[in-house]
Design a protein around this ligand. Structure first.
Ligand code: NDP
Length: 285
């Protein structure tokens, strides 16, 4: 229990822009309350040019750590003192931790995704189809490769960004990676085990947006996952479920990466059900 005569709370939060639609604060504070932690999470709208000042300010004010979201996940690195192994490999940071008087950058996106994936399938030895090659896709691809995925097909519109990710996977991990430049309607190859949307297609407000994908190439025996947390039941997941696939929504990934962040900042292994329930209340699912 917190000391009732200690009036100095642990400060954490998020730096992003835009920030108003980010529900992370509600989810993390629900966990802080549930576990009786004297900690706060402050959602900050930080402009690109102000990121360095924000990081230095958080340090001066004794913050325990913070999340970074769009557009700061790569830019924040130059303001930190070090990176953990997966953040270094992914090349992006979404969780910063004060550790022994240093700001250390971690990446919990891919780890949160894997935790959610493992509730239905172990990626070891499996073949993945991954839509996107941005920050979320890089984190998911690297962690899936480190978890032993046999192959990863990256499907992305922009060839250069796609090639960069494929080269990283082939050069730095044991997985076999290839690129499909996404300029026509894609059909998921038969025998694919895991299909992941890591693009921003389907994110609120464009909730009916559909991937350029033949939904009839999805089917039983596949796990189809979406990173989009809002709305959780995306068009892709509805299409996949209607064709007998097992589906995973982006809420669990959000919750699990929050659990890992809280562990980094407080040492407490937070209850994910409390956090998921808070998000479900907010999104009315
Ligand atoms: P980035 O901007 O880094 O990457 C976006 C990716 O989406 C790129 O690969 C881009 O392709 C692709 N893309 C965008 N629009 C389209 C389109 N119309 N058709 C095909 N591809 C498209 O974003 P992030 O990777 O940081 O975030 C992606 C999504 O992941 C966001 O919606 C975010 O909310 C979600 N996310 C969810 C998390 C969770 O915990 N649930 C955690 C982190 C992110 P191209 O390279 O060709 O432009």
């Amino acid at each position: 229990m917190p000391d009732p005569l200690n009036f100095l709370s642990l400060l954490t939060g998020s730096f992003a822009t835009p920030a108003a639609e980010n529900p992370t604060v509600a989810m993390i504070e629900a966990a802080y309350r549930h576990h009786g932690l004297d900690a706060r999470y402050i959602n900050c709208d930080v402009a690109r040019d102000d990121l360095g000042d924000a990081v230095r300010g958080a340090w001066s004010m004794g913050w325990g750590g913070f999340n970074c979201s769009i557009p700061h996940k790569v830019a924040v690195i130059e303001h930190l003192d070090g990176l953990d192994d997966s953040a270094a490999l992914i090349g992006a940071v979404n969780c910063v931790v004060r550790r022994a008087d240093r700001w250390i950058g971690a990446n919990t996106d891919g780890q949160g995704f894997l935790e959610s994936l493992r509730t239905v399938v172990d990626p070891a030895g499996k073949s993945l189809v991954l839509f996107g090659a941005g920050g979320a896709a890089r984190a998911i691809a690297v962690e899936s490769a480190l978890a032993g995925a046999a192959s990863i097909s990256v499907v992305n519109r922009d060839r250069n960004r796609g090639m960069e990710l494929v080269a990283l996977l082939n050069e730095r991990t044991q997985t076999r990676a290839d690129l499909v430049v996404w300029d026509t309607t894609f059909r998921v190859p038969e025998g694919s085990d895991i299909v992941v949307n890591a693009t921003s297609v389907g994110l609120f407000p464009d909730v009916e947006a559909r991937l350029n994908l033949d939904p009839d190439s999805l089917g039983p025996g596949m796990v189809v996952a979406d990173v989009i947390p809002n709305p959780p039941r995306t068009r892709l997941l509805r299409d996949a479920q209607a064709r007998g696939a097992t589906v995973l929504d982006g809420l669990d990934m959000l919750v699990n990466q929050g659990v890992i962040s809280i562990l980094h900042w407080t040492g407490v292994d937070a209850d994910p059900t409390v956090m998921r329930r808070k998000l479900e209340d907010l999104f009315e699912v």
